[in-house]
Ligand binder design. Sequence first.
Ligand code: MG
Ligand code: ZN
Length: 223
Amino acid sequence: MAEIKVMKDILGENDAVAAENQKLFTEKGIYVLNLMGSPGSGKTSILEKTMEKLKDKLRMAVVEGDLFTSKDADRIEKHHVPVIQINTVGGCHLDAKMVQNVLPRLDLDNLDLLIVENVGNLVCPAEFAVGEDEKGVILSITEGDDKPMKYPLMFKEASVVVLNKVDILPYCNFDLKGAEEDIDTLNPGVKIIEASCTKDTGVDAWCEWLQDRVAAKKQLAAK
Ligand code: MG
Ligand code: ZN
């Protein structure tokens, strides 16, 4: 029982800091997406496409969570979008305090969209809010269609699910319709986008979804 108590305390503390972050983001009118998914699902690739298409339309920045390297941040930096690297030094998720600690390095008065790329992991990133408005999950075709039901929390918590790499569906035993039905069972009505970064499929739909969210947050902040 002691172990459960400790876990609850950690989550409670994290939620308190996440609420502080969220309050600040709302004051500044910034929409924040916590982007989650397995290693290799295409989180950074989606971000690169997003920057190509949106960086001239809105002011965006990226926080990159990674165990040890800055490989993803290096990819983001090439697009001339502000990026901050958080190395968790083996930690398997970002938490609210880690994000709070880097916020002074961002120009929050001149920002519309902040995307936090979480550590590649289908489990605990869903449990630790960082102050985001919403969560998004990227699931690639190569991971298998059983993953939503095997890792339900992530898919229940998400406001958008991107099924990535659909261009290689013919070479994979991935039941697209079945996976989408499972996701909808876990999280009825959730936005599902079929995408391929390499073929530029679904990326426009993803960017439109993001732009709608940013606009809605601006309206909320103006009230
Ligand atoms: Mg990445
Ligand atoms: Zn973790």
